[in-house]
Design a protein around this ligand. Structure first.
Ligand code: AMP
Ligand code: MN
Ligand code: MN
Ligand code: MN
Length: 282
């Protein structure tokens, strides 16, 4: 296999909380020299058909993906990426529909909380923009920043939408075994997304990985952008210890973020087993 292959297995389009259309996302990936890209919208697979059309035109290999929100250990949200899924699979689609329904329930509560702080017409303004079912906190954040309620996304999560924010509402997602089960049923491989971002203790992270493996999960995002070298080394050793395959992903959402770019800085430490090692990569 070509060792210079550029692989990015985590990205978003405007079918979830990205800003680009799937076609524009694929074009951007191609311009950046990406050979293999997974589109992994939150709890939604609608963008994959459009992405495939553009990927075929440009000769880029698209991996059908999804990023599923789950609740673990009562109310800790964890993201599970599914790679090489069959988007037509009924178990998967029925599951994703349940999660999007929970997204809408939670979003209405977030809107109510924001309105209580004196911000008007939140629900209407946010759903105008979100347009699709998979409304996320990112849509709220963009609305709040654009209207001057917070100076940037980071502050917005701190002040309103994050765990300690005024309008925080915990999503009641489904358990890990359900999500991993749908991914397997759809012929895919399940990967724990951005494991360093949950701020779990080492022992809790190991428990997460143990339970994930018991459900049939096979991969860990060992490299993501904004990981420190220390985090990369820790995730590499975690993957090796638990015999998990290594995945890499930019988690790209939008152009204009200087820290996050499709396909950039994602090379894998040599002592990892890449999840794409056994894929049919042309
Ligand atoms: P949700 O899945 O609706 O809870 O929204 C989670 C999304 O919000 C993540 O996928 C990120 O895209 C975004 N997000 C979370 N925390 C932050 C943050 N501190 N700054 C910017 N975006 C964030
Ligand atoms: Mn997101
Ligand atoms: Mn995520
Ligand atoms: Mn993501």
């Amino acid at each position: 296999m070509n060792s210079e292959l550029i692989v990015d297995l985590h990205s978003h389009s405007f079918y979830s909380d990205g800003t680009l259309s799937p076609a524009d996302l694929i074009r951007r990936a191609h311009d950046n020299g990406v050979d293999v890209l997974a589109l992994t919208d939150h709890d939604e697979t609608k963008g994959l058909v459009e992405a495939q059309t553009t990927a075929d035109e440009l000769g880029l290999q698209l991996i059908n993906g999804v990023e599923i929100s789950i609740s673990w250990d009562r109310n800790q949200t964890i993201h599970i990426v599914g790679l090489n899924i069959d988007p037509e699979n009924q178990d998967l689609q029925a599951g994703l529909l349940l999660i999007r329904q929970e997204r809408v329930r939670r979003a209405k509560k977030i809107a109510e909380k924001l309105e209580k702080t004196g911000i008007e017409n939140v629900w209407q303004k946010v759903t105008e923009k979100a347009g699709f079912e998979a409304v996320t906190r990112t849509h709220f954040a963009r609305f709040l920043v654009e209207n001057g309620y917070a100076k940037d996304m980071q502050h917005c999560f701190k002040k309103y939408l994050g765990r300690k924010g005024r309008a925080y509402v915990n999503g009641q997602w489904l358990p890990m075994e359900d999500a991993v089960g749908w991914i397997i049923s759809a012929g895919g491989q399940a990967v724990i997304a951005h494991p360093t971002r949950y701020k779990l203790t080492k022992s809790k992270l190991e428990r997460l990985v143990t339970e994930f493996k018991a459900c049939g999960g096979v991969g860990l995002e060992v490299v993501a952008q904004r990981y420190s070298d220390k985090e990369k080394a820790e995730m590499t050793s975690l993957a090796r210890h638990f015999e998990l395959l290594a995945s890499v992903g930019s988690d790209f959402h939008n152009p204009g973020n200087p820290y996050v770019e499709l396909g950039r800085g994602l090379s894998l430490p040599t002592d990892c087993k890449p999840i794409w090692g056994e894929w049919d990569i042309k």
